[in-house]
Design a protein around this ligand. Structure first.
Ligand SMILES: [Cu+2]
Length: 280
C-alpha cells in the first residue's frame, strides 16, 4: 500500500471519528445487566459511515457492571435501515478490532470480539477498576472504507480523580525483557512524519531481529489524544521486517497530548509498550 493511500485512510478514519463523537458517543453511560445499552453512534450525520452503525451493549455477569468481573460486550453492526450488515472484510487479519481504554488512558486493551453472524460481534472481558471506559470498534464492512466508532461505558464508582497525562521526558521504555525507544523525523500536527521504534533486549542490549508478525505486520500502533476524541491506528510502512526497527508513516491531524501503544511480538509473547507524547 502506498504511503499516500495509507495516510488518506488514516485521516479519513480520524475525521469520521471526530465528526461522529460530538454527539451520543461522548455521553458517559451507566451500564448494568438490567439495562441493555444500544446507542447509535452517528445517526445524525450524512456521510459514508451512516451506512454502518455500531450498536454497543455491555452486559454484566452480576447485577451491575463491576471491576474485575466478567462483562460481555456485544457490538451489532447495522445499516441505517436497522438491518444487520453481515459481510466484513479482514482488516489486519481480523474482522473487528476493539480497543478499550480508561478515560485517563492509563488502561489499554486491544481485543478481537468473535463474529457470531448476522452483524453481531461478541467478547467477554473484564474492566480492571472503577471508572469510565471508551470502546473503539475498528472494522470494515465489505464495500465500505474502514470505520472507527466509539462508545462510553461506566464501571461502578467514577468518583476517582483521573490521572493527568504528562508527556514522557524520554521516549524510552522497558517492558518485560525488551527495551523500546521511539523517535520521529519531525513531530508536528498535520504533517506526514515517520515514527520509528527501535527494540533491544533489555538485558543484553542487543538488537532484537526476530520479531514475529502480529496481525500480519511487524507491529501495530494505536494513538489516542488525551481527550479521547481522536483515535489513530497506524500500520507499518514495511510489513516484512523483523526488527530491530519498526517504522510507521503517519500524520497526527491535530495538536495535543497523545498516548501511544505499540504492540510487538516475539517468542509468541505479545508486548504492549506505552508512550505519552505532545504533538506541537
Ligand atoms: Cu486488533
Amino acid at each position: 500500500m502506498s504511503r499516500a493511500f495509507l495516510c488518506i485512510i488514516l485521516v479519513l478514519c480520524t475525521t469520521l471519528l471526530t465528526a461522529c463523537s460530538s454527539n451520543s458517543a461522548m455521553q458517559p453511560m451507566k451500564s448494568d445487566s438490567t439495562m441493555m445499552m444500544s446507542m447509535p453512534m452517528n445517526t445524525a450525520h450524512n456521510h459514508d459511515t451512516d451506512n454502518a452503525i455500531a450498536h454497543f451493549s455491555v452486559q454484566a455477569s452480576s447485577k451491575s457492571l463491576l471491576a474485575n468481573q466478567d462483562a460481555t460486550i456485544k457490538i451489532l453492526i447495522q445499516n441505517k435501515r436497522s438491518q444487520p450488515i453481515v459481510s466484513f472484510d479482514r482488516l489486519h487479519e481480523k474482522l473487528l478490532h476493539l480497543i478499550v481504554v480508561s478515560k485517563d488512558l492509563a488502561y489499554f486493551n486491544h481485543i478481537h470480539p468473535e463474529y457470531k453472524g448476522a452483524g453481531l460481534f461478541e467478547i467477554t472481558t473484564q474492566f480492571p477498576a472503577d471508572g469510565e471506559y471508551k470502546l473503539y470498534a475498528d472494522y470494515m464492512p465489505t464495500g465500505i472504507p474502514e470505520i472507527v466508532q466509539a462508545h462510553w461505558v461506566t464501571v461502578a464508582d467514577t468518583s476517582a480523580r483521573p490521572i493527568v497525562l504528562v508527556p514522557d521526558k524520554q521516549l524510552f521504555r522497558i517492558v518485560d525483557d525488551i527495551e523500546v525507544s521511539l523517535s520521529f523525523d519531525h513531530l508536528m500536527a498535520g504533517m506526514d512524519l515517520a515514527m520509528t521504534f527501535t527494540i533491544n533486549d533489555a538485558k543484553t542490549k542487543k538488537p532484537i531481529t526476530h520479531l514475529q508478525p502480529y496481525l500480519g505486520a511487524i507491529g501495530h500502533v494505536v494513538a489516542i489524544r488525551a481527550d479521547t476524541k481522536q483515535f489513530l491506528h497506524f500500520h507499518p510502512t514495511d510489513n516484512s521486517g523483523s526488527g530491530p526497527t519498526a517504522k510507521f508513516q503517519t500524520n497526527f491531524p491535530t495538536k495535543g497530548i497523545y498516548k501511544i501503544w505499540a504492540q510487538f511480538q516475539q517468542h509468541d509473547q505479545l508486548y504492549t509498550i506505552p508512550f505519552i507524547i505532545e504533538v506541537p
